[in-house]
Design a protein around this ligand. Structure first.
Ligand code: PDD
Length: 284
């Protein structure tokens, strides 16, 4: 059975899911997206994801005429249709299809919404053993708070990581660590978690919000402060987080062991708390 893709309110077969050549997402990257996890058939932190989706749209003046509730209903029916138990849902909205011109089209051009699902399990092996990361200069635009389809800076950073056999690239603007190519970054030193404050230089990660809650509940200090690449290199533990990688330990940075070169105790505590949050999401 082929998977269905959501195209502007209709479910179509994957092979028939075509986008017009002059869609502004395709021509300009003029649109926004979200990626939401499904655990045992339940959408995780879906409200937070769709609040951010609507905020991203509003920040670039795309009027979606949707609500958190309507979007949740739509993706839930796609998950049911494709029978996703464990996996995720990608949803994007573009400013619509119209003859190529940088300026916005008129009000007759409507946003185009597309969503597809993926089925896969949690990354247990990496969560247990940790991953390698490299550092790279952050060359992205100055509105990284918008989850924009324009991911060229992120794509180049990730490819740099792949080139050096790492799973993630940790970006920095000058000396200041910002975030990963597709994750938020945390340095843990002397029992304190440090992470970049929420502003235009990083995405306000939903997983970051969950980790912040877990840390507060466990009485682990969580400091939203900038830190340098040097500070990161001298951290006891490093974590990257995202919807797909959850609370992911980094055990090697630029080829050097992080702390003792193995997953540390604060990381383990945060992972346990995160698992608890997944459990709780089933009982809501
Ligand atoms: N990316 N920062 C960037 C640049 C990201 O691309 C992501 C996630 C995050 C973490 O956000 P969250 O915890 O809400 O997933 C931070 C997703 C997974 C993606 O692009 O597929």
């Amino acid at each position: 059975m082929t998977n269905k893709v959501l195209l502007n309110g209709r479910f179509v077969d994957e092979k028939d899911a075509n986008i017009p050549y002059n869609d502004r997402g395709y021509n300009f990257g003029d649109g926004i997206y979200e990626y939401i996890r499904v655990y045992d058939g339940t959408l995780f932190t879906v409200k937070e994801h769709f609040e951010r989706f609507l905020r991203s749209a509003a920040e670039i003046d795309i009027d979606l005429e949707e609500t958190v509730e309507s979007l949740t209903q739509t993706v839930q029916s796609l998950i049911d249709e494709n029978n996703v138990q464990n996996g995720g849902i990608y949803i994007q909205a573009t400013r619509g299809a119209s003859p190529r011109d940088h300026a916005f089209p008129g009000p007759d051009v409507k946003p185009q919404i597309m969503a597809f699902t993926k089925s896969y399990g949690r990354p247990f092996e990496e969560l247990e053993n940790g991953i390698f990361a490299v550092t790279v200069e952050d060359i992205r635009w100055l509105r990284c708070d918008i989850k924009s389809l324009n991911l060229l800076g992120n794509v180049l950073a990730k490819e740099y990581a792949v080139k050096y056999n790492a799973a993630e690239a940790i970006q920095h603007r000058g000396d200041t660590v910002t975030e990963g190519a597709s994750s938020n970054v945390y340095a843990i030193k002397d029992g304190v978690i440090y992470t970049h404050p929420i502003n235009n230089y990083i995405l306000n990660g939903i997983t970051r919000q969950v980790i912040k809650n877990v840390a507060e509940e466990a009485d682990i200090p969580f400091k939203e402060e900038t830190f340098t690449v040097d500070f990161l290199k001298n951290a006891d533990e490093i974590i990257v987080s995202s919807t797909s990688v959850e609370v992911m330990p980094v055990i090697k940075l630029d080829g050097e062991a992080v702390g003792e070169g193995k997953v540390g105790p604060i990381t383990r505590k945060l992972q346990e708390g995160f698992n608890q949050k997944i459990e709780e999401s089933h009982n809501k």
